[in-house]
Design a protein around this ligand. Sequence first.
Ligand code: 5RP
Length: 263
Amino acid sequence: MDWGMKNRMSRIINPKTGHTVMLAVDHGYFQGPTTGLRKPGETIAPLVSYADAVMITRGVLRTSVDTGISKPIVLRVSGGTSVLKEDLSNEGITTSMKEAIRLNASAVALSIFVGAPNERQTLLSLSELVNQGEEYGIPVLAVTAVGREMVRDTRYLGLATRIAAELGAHMVKTYYCEDFEKVVEGCPVPIVIAGGKKIPEPDALKLAYNAVQAGAMGVDMGRNIFQSETPAAMIQAVRSIVQENYTPDEALELLKSLKSQEK
Ligand code: 5RP
């Protein structure tokens, strides 16, 4: 890894803790105006200061995020399908590396769909993106998107994360599952977990805790933060687990006390 690539990685993953809290707000790229993100600018602004990085598309970045932002951008550069389609795997690269650099992205992100009809296309897109990333010193985050029919277990997530790493991804985003340490063991690059659908806050905090305990470098969390009644309190509670070693109970206490201030 050259200096530029390492420097960008260290902007995303805090070198002191080896952990990161990425705020995922890229959902609109296939879901449209997602609950909690209908007005992305209003959602993102109060949360940015608590995140280590923001995962976002170029369209929302350009229109809805202040250019003075100091947090690294993980730019979602894959797309091409919508929730209206049965098969979500028909994705390609949507944003050039030149554009990512112009937008001062610290990393680019693309989904792969292992086991889905367009598996090959998405794996070759990842490889192509890694080739471009290596040329310009831009790390690539591979997102192991899970098709409706895929089981989220160590076998499947282990397969998808390992393939992403083998093809050269510098970081991988996946879902938490039981025995998650086996997924981490088999993947030689840092892993972050997505939060998935909104679940009760204590459960989301446990999810973040369990993932970090199992060796994840942190979270790339969206809905469980921005669909919370008190998103700023929730991201701070998640942060306390990922960056400050809080237990889920301690984080819940923090959440309760912050909630009373935020409401
Ligand atoms: C979609 C994504 C989203 O960023 C992702 O799902 C993370 O957000 P959430 O915590 O809401 O699951 O990569 O493929």
